[in-house]
Ligand binder design. Sequence first.
Ligand code: ADP
Ligand code: RBF
Ligand code: MG
Length: 173
Amino acid sequence: MTDRQHRPAIVGDDSGPKAPYPLRMKGKVVKGFGRGSAELGIPTANLTDDSILDLLAHADSGIYFGFGQVVFSSGGEAIDKQVHPMVMSVGWNPYYKNEKRSAEVHIMHKFHSNFYDQELRILVLGYVRPELDYVSVEALIKDINTDIKVSEASLARETYNAYRKDSLFENVN
Ligand code: ADP
Ligand code: RBF
Ligand code: MG
């Protein structure tokens, strides 16, 4: 259906996030639909339903950008505590015809392992685009990869990058 050729390389006001952003949330990472890595090659962490209630109340369906941090309760990456750029999809996944609105987060970082059951903290700083239906899974993957580039470029501005030090995040160095 949709195959948009032209997309802006950067989104959000240069002077920094505008209301209702920043939106903050934290929750436990739970199992999703098992499609992210398997079909798209892009893992997306799902949060528990209760941790996204506030987000769903403020955010339309669509794609958002910001920063995320996994707070590992134990194990090898426990000392990592890094804050990474992230993209988040909020909605019904029209391409897959889901029956429940959900939020899933792809973090732009190569983790050594899965982090189910760990705490994920998410700071949403802006909106990228509406949720779309696609002719093919390839077209969806192409747009997600553009979302990742657009989000990284948007977050690199100092007015956004400064939010890495937000009080939401633990032990930021
Ligand atoms: P599910 O359907 O259970 O969400 P996915 O195939 O979408 O499964 O994979 C998501 C899981 O992969 C996350 O819950 C997390 O444990 C792990 N993961 C590893 N690296 C990342 C990453 N960079 N971003 C998001 N999740 C990741
Ligand atoms: N699903 C859609 O049906 N339409 C979209 O426009 C869409 N955009 C996405 C953008 C990003 C950045 C991510 C991470 C996911 C997006 N998805 C979209 C969700 C995708 O269908 C989902 O990750 C897989 O179904 C795995 O649950
Ligand atoms: Mg997923």
